[in-house]
Ligand binder design. Structure first.
Ligand code: 5GP
Ligand code: ZN
Length: 137
């Protein structure tokens, strides 16, 4: 038996409250419910994180996220919706099976993400961009 909690949920070995599934993805309620309607879009085939997704999984997650987001909007009429996805402990990931949070939002709901902008000069941006572009060469 897998020791990955989300693999066990996907296999039906532990209970979850499911909302949507297709060939590559399963969406179920997050047990923590930061706000009502908070769900997790997961991939059925285990992948630790975003880096490990194949193209079919990545496409399916985008498709499912958009579909389920519209369903949450219509069901809960939230003032906003945050899409949150963590890769690695330093980024806040606690379950190491890829998942996307779809999180209905309301003004002053206590959810916080600090965003410490640096606004570097354009030469810095060019340098950072070049480091990434080189990886595609
Ligand atoms: P992360 O911090 O990795 O982005 O998010 C993990 C999420 O998984 C948390 O929001 C947590 O509430 C949720 N979670 C952890 N264990 C379970 C579980 O057994 N069932 C469900 N439905 N959610 C879980
Ligand atoms: Zn897993």
């Amino acid at each position: 038996m897998s020791d990955c909690v989300f693999c066990r949920i996907i296999a039906g070995q532990i209970p979850s409250t499911r909302v949507y599934e297709d060939e590559h993805t399963l969406t179920f309620m997050d047990i923590g419910q930061v706000n009502p309607g908070h769900v997790l879009v997961t991939v059925k085939k285990h992948a630790d994180n975003l880096y490990a997704l194949d193209d079919a999984q990545a496409a399916a997650v985008a498709h499912t996220s958009a579909r389920v987001a519209r369903a949450i909007r219509d069901a809960f009429k939230p003032e906003g919706l945050s899409v949150y996805q963590a890769n690695g402990k330093a980024a806040g990931q606690t379950v190491f099976h890829y998942h996307v949070h779809l999180l209905p939002r309301h003004a002053a709901d206590g959810m916080e993400l600090t965003w410490p902008v640096k606004n570097p000069p354009r030469e810095k941006l060019e340098g950072y961009a070049e480091k990434i572009r080189k990886q595609f060469a």
